[in-house]
Design a protein around this ligand. Sequence first.
Ligand code: CUA
Length: 158
Amino acid sequence: MNVPLYEKIWMWMAGGLVVGFVATVLITSIGGALQPPSHVETIDPTQVWRDPRFAHPGVTVDHQGATVVAVGMMFAFNPAVIRVPAGKPVTFRMTSADVTHGFLIVGTNANTMLVPGYVSQFTTSFRQPGEYLIVCHEYCGLGHHLMSAKLIVEEVEP
Ligand code: CUA
């Protein structure tokens, strides 16, 4: 088969792009531990505050790590300040009480959507103690830009 040089160059460039796209997915998912959340658990979005799983949002810490129960709503997160221990696994369990919100802890791999009717759950850990900004990154209404919270990662005594 006779393929002109010009066409060969384009074929190699197109092939290179495909390799580049696949490599991007592999590098971020393995290297950066960025994975789509796979937990599937449903909830009645109109009964979030009466549901025993979300009636008392907050942080529970034990010797293994921490569990954060949080609710996103127009235009705040409850709790607004989340304190977790550094270097320990932290499991986030969250949902929305109204519309779809986002939950991104800036500078970390913690990033999910809060979709009404579903419980978003993921586990991660924070090596670096300090304060982190949490923002909603799904447009949810006129106050979307005001919707934020704070994560405080605290050093744990050995
Ligand atoms: Cu909540 Cu944007």
